[in-house]
Design a protein around this ligand. Structure first.
Ligand SMILES: Nc1nc2c(ncn2[C@@H]2O[C@H](COP(=O)(O)OP(=O)(O)OP(=O)(O)O)[C@@H](O)[C@H]2O)c(=O)[nH]1
Ligand SMILES: [Mg+2]
Length: 418
């Protein structure tokens, strides 16, 4: 009897130089499988120049991998890449095991962890979008049983294909419904944001399991769930927090990122990720106890670029200092100005962190600007955003000495006097 709770993991290494990366990626897939409740009984990487068209991985290699683990009777093969619908189908037909890919494992975890209405809707949307091109795999057997040729139209069409048409229509209708619901969530957030316009918005971002929720709980009394699990958090929680001199900020904790996040999943989570996109400052939390942390930083930057949040000011927070290699950490921090190391769990360096956030949000300096007479708009804006100390009318324009906040400086960059 095949055991559907046991899996073998397979991946392809296309460049010899990327072999180590592939091993790490498969280890991560094993953690994902574990979080999804599946036991991993074998991991296999095939070196080849390009993916196999039919199975993604060589047929012989797959057969060998299955043979090696046959005593455990795994019922699942999990591919560490996105599998095309036909590759999944072919593998299942040839080896009589269920074939799934990395995306499906992530979707399963998201499904199990979704608690709020917002995250449930978003997971539903992602699942529907994933299913749509894969219906053939579910209904293909109907055509096979009837022995009919697929691809023709009208009366001679296979049963399976008709069923696919009906299901596609149903799924599309469902997608439209969920999207409309999510639009409401999105608009509600937009309204809330407008009301909070003059309070600074700060959002925690980072790789999954980096310690975002732990830090959030330490800074607020929100009591967000913390777990040594991937994707423990799937929706956003926000709290008001006071900084020095009666200043406030709104801090948000949100969903974590992972390498190779499927595009449609990111798109489905638009409502939750809105809190990231709208932030004035991102606190990028890193698990610095993981020796591969620099590569996770890169992965997070990639997702931030994907959602167009790459230009929001960032502070790098190297968490889990209590378990990190401090020498390596120091070395890294020297090269990265805006970084700080903390332990959210043990409460190390938290005061310093808050001071740094405050300074970053509200830092201001004095500048001398020369604004041409034709740029009255910029003068008006400066009066609105900065504190004017001195104004002098010159032939080339108005020379103004003003105190300007760091985050507004980009508006006036071109008028700055050396
Ligand atoms: N040693 C140590 N462990 C920490 C620290 N901060 C968080 N952790 C642990 O890291 C694990 C993940 O913490 P979370 O706060 O849930 O991480 P997250 O970034 O919110 O994760 P997701 O919501 O799953 O993306 C938990 O087991 C925490 O106890 C720290 O400073 N030191
Ligand atoms: Mg969390």
């Amino acid at each position: 009897m095949l055991d559907m709770n046991k899996a073998i993991l397979v991946g392809v290494c296309l460049r010899p130089s990327e072999y180590d990366k592939k091993i790490t990626s498969l280890d991560e897939l094993a953690r994902l499988a574990d979080t999804a409740g599946v036991e991993v009984v074998g991991k296999f990487i095939q070196k080849r120049q390009k993916p196999d068209k039919t199975y993604y991985i060589g047929k012989g290699f797959l057969a060998e991998a299955i043979n090696e683990t046959k005593e455990e009777n795994p019922g699942l093969i999990i591919f560490d890449n996105e599998l095309s619908p036909s590759q999944g189908r072919n593998t299942e037909k040839e080896f009589e095991l269920d074939a799934i890919d990395r995306t499906e494992v992530i979707l399963k975890i998201f499904h199990d962890h979704a608690r709020t209405k917002e995250s449930k809707l978003q997971v539903q949307l992602a699942e529907l979008q994933y299913q749509l091109p894969r219906l053939k795999r579910l209904w293909g057997h109907l055509d096979k049983e009837k022995g009919q040729a697929a691809g023709s139209s009208g009366a001679s069409r296979g049963m399976g294909e008709k069923q696919i048409e009906i299901d596609k229509r149903l799924i599309r209708r469902e997608i439209a419904k969920v999207k409309a619901e999510l639009k409401k969530v999105f608009l509600h957030k937009e309204m809330q944001n407008k009301q909070r316009e003059n309070v600074k918005k700060v959002c925690l971002v980072g790789y999954t399991n980096a310690g975002k929720s732990t830090l959030f709980n330490r800074l607020t009394d929100a009591g967000v769930m913390v777990e040594d699990k991937l994707f423990a958090t799937l929706s956003t929680t926000s709290r008001k927090l006071s900084l020095s001199k009666g200043r406030n900020m709104i801090l948000s904790d949100t969903v974590g990122f992972i390498s190779d996040l499927p595009h449609h999943l990111v798109a489905s989570f638009r409502a939750t990720l809105k809190d990231v996109v709208d932030a004035d400052l991102l606190l990028h939390i890193v698990d610095s106890a993981d020796e591969l942390f620099p590569s996770y930083i890169d992965e997070v930057q990639k997702v931030l670029a994907q959602i167009k949040a790459e230009n929001i000011p960032q502070m790098l927070i190297l968490n889990k200092l209590d378990e990190a290699d401090r020498t390596k950490l120091k070395f890294y921090m020297k090269a990265h100005d805006d970084s700080i190391s903390i332990s959210a769990k043990k409460g190390e360096n938290i005061e310093e962190l808050l001071q740094k956030i405050d300074a970053k949000l509200h830092s201001a300096d004095k500048y001398v600007l020369l604004i041409p007479h034709t740029e009255q708009k910029a003068v008006n804006l400066l009066h609105k955003l900065g504190q004017i100390e001195e104004t002098e009318y010159l032939e080339e324009g108005v020379q103004i000495t003003a105190v300007i906040n760091q985050e507004d400086l980009h508006e006036f960059e071109r008028f700055l006097q050396k």
